[in-house]
Design a protein around this ligand. Structure first.
Ligand SMILES: Nc1nc2c(ncn2[C@@H]2O[C@H](COP(=O)(O)OP(=O)(O)OP(=O)(O)O)[C@@H](O)[C@H]2O)c(=O)[nH]1
Ligand SMILES: [Mg+2]
Length: 225
């Protein structure tokens, strides 16, 4: 079984569309699936829309992108997990092809590369620059070559997450899980199309960018990580 995990805070503008597009894309895929929304205190109709559309919603009252994923992965019923944002920036339509590669090549972690086919205006210059720095840091500090260390669309085996001991509860969760997975499991990065997000972004460019870089340095230079 597949569990699609989507973390949300106030994403009522796009969550319905993302769920509809997911159902259309997953319909022809063989086997059972569930869509699991991990919601952190949305004050809009995000959770109601998800329930109306037949999704399971779990609440995670503590803030944090990584924390939301930890909660979601732990309560996932599937042995295969797919992740994406609720902001309609990642393409659910790519899932069947990504799943095929994941299965055919017996991968354990697949991450989608947003820089493969970046739609015009999908990402600001500042974000592109920040991503370049973080990709370079990932390569220099860990010897892991990624085109997109911050991508939020992955396919992974649930047991891989259980084995990796991912520490971060914030945005660095994204790079940490990839760095750790790339070292120990069958891992691949595949290009996807990426579009401008709908609704309000939760990431604070400078603050979170800097936090991510500090996190990488700490992960590299402190023991027991
Ligand atoms: N449950 C939960 N979801 C979160 C939290 N922070 C972000 N999210 C969700 O995680 C996804 C990624 O957050 P975004 O704001 O899109 O961050 P991003 O994609 O790195 O940045 P943008 O390029 O600006 O979209 C979105 O679906 C958010 O609603 C959180 O603390 N808790
Ligand atoms: Mg996003």
């Amino acid at each position: 079984m597949i569990t699609v995990v989507i973390p949300t805070i106030n994403e009522e503008k796009s969550i319905g569309l993302v769920i509809d597009r997911l159902r259309a894309a997953l319909g022809p895929v063989k086997g059972d699936y569930e869509i699991l929304i991990v919601d952190t205190n949305s004050r809009d109709r995000t959770a109601e829309i998800a329930v109306e559309k037949g999704c399971r919603v779990v609440r995670e009252p503590e803030r944090g992108y990584g924390r939301a994923y930890k909660t979601g992965f732990t309560s996932a019923r599937g042995d295969t997990i797919i992740t994406l944002d609720a902001d309609a920036s990642y393409p659910p339509e790519a899932i069947p092809q990504l799943l095929r590669i994941f299965q055919d090549e017996q991968l354990e972690f697949l991450t989608a590369n947003r820089f493969g086919q970046l739609r015009q205006g999908a990402m600001s210059r500042t974000h592109r620059f920040g991503n370049w720095i973080l990709n370079a840091a990932t390569r220099l500090l860990f010897g892991v070559r990624l085109h997109d260390s911050q991508s939020g669309m992955w396919i992974l085996k649930k047991d891989v997450f259980e084995r990796l001991n991912v520490r971060s509860n914030g945005f660095p969760f994204s790079e940490e899980i990839k760095i750790k997975a790339a070292k120990v499991v069958r891992f691949k990065e595949i290009p996807i199309e990426f579009s401008l997000r709908q609704g309000e972004k939760k990431l604070r460019t400078w603050k979170d960018g800097w936090n991510n870089l500090k996190f990488l340095l700490k992960l590299r230079f402190t023991r027991n990580t």
